[in-house]
Design a protein around this ligand. Structure first.
Ligand SMILES: Nc1nc2c(ncn2[C@@H]2O[C@H](COP(=O)(O)OP(=O)(O)OP(=O)(O)O)[C@@H](O)[C@H]2O)c(=O)[nH]1
Ligand SMILES: [Mg+2]
Length: 212
């Protein structure tokens, strides 16, 4: 039997050892992948909706509303001038990692005034990806604090807007005051493979948590 290819070099993989035959084969064939909930979080306009849309194998469910002139005075749009909408409830998408595992992705709204929704969105999640824009690190403290406080495994993913990162990863770790065991990585929210690799980092953390 051909082995299932690893979705990431050296990363999470499932390799069947022996051929499965008879009734066991029938059961294996019909068994749906394990559903796993993961949260995509972070401050305003860091690329959460973009990331869910890049990776989702279904048309993502989004709850975008136009940014009004009133909101424009509240939210910092200077670094995302083309941004005309904001998430007001959540994003939803999914991605099958391999035949045994399917991630259900829930993106949070980024604005502080929708913070009351986070508990419901994070409920039951195995982990979170906290997206960071290094030009606006201040906007990311709340998300990092939230996951630390809730003791939900998370990784910090710096979104390389236009391929540029204003601060090195060590500086980001220092500025956000995240512990050594929390991964701090760079990714591109627009790139499917890059988002997948970032999600797999969180998945490995969650697996390590469940095993340890
Ligand atoms: N150049 C560049 N633009 C990006 C990248 N990621 C997102 N954008 C743009 O940045 C803006 C913000 O992206 P969103 O995905 O809406 O951000 P968000 O975090 O969902 O925003 P809120 O839900 O409003 O908090 C959009 O205009 C995106 O097109 C990136 O990696 N590079
Ligand atoms: Mg959004």
């Amino acid at each position: 039997m051909a082995s299932v290819p690893s979705p990431t070099p050296g990363g999470y993989s499932v390799t069947p050892t022996e051929p499965v035959t008879g009734r066991a084969a029938a059961q294996t064939a019909v068994r749906p992948p394990l559903p796993v909930k993961m949260v995509i979080a972070g401050g305003f306009g860091v690329g959460k909706t973009t990331a869910v849309g890049s990776i989702s194998e279904i048309e993502p469910l989004t709850t975008e509303a136009a940014i009004t002139e009133v909101a424009a005075g509240v939210d910092d749009l200077s670094h995302t001038p083309r941004k005309t909408t904001t998430t007001v409830a959540m994003d939803f998408g999914c991605i099958t990692i391999d035949p045994t595992l399917k991630l259900y992705l829930f993106g949070t709204p980024g604005q502080d005034r929708f913070g009351f929704m986070w508990d419901d969105i994070v409920e039951g999640a195995v982990g979170g990806l906290v997206i960071v824009d290094t030009r606006r690190l201040d906007d990311c403290y709340a998300a990092v604090d939230y996951f630390e406080h809730k003791q939900v495994p998370f990784a910090v993913a710096v979104n390389a807007f236009d391929g540029k990162v204003e601060h090195g990863l060590d500086e980001v770790r220092w500025a956000l005051d995240v512990a050594e065991h929390i991964p701090v990585i760079v990714f591109d929210a627009r790139e499917r493979g890059s988002v997948r690799d970032a999600l797999l980092v969180v998945l490995e953390l969650a697996l390590a948590r469940s095993e340890g």
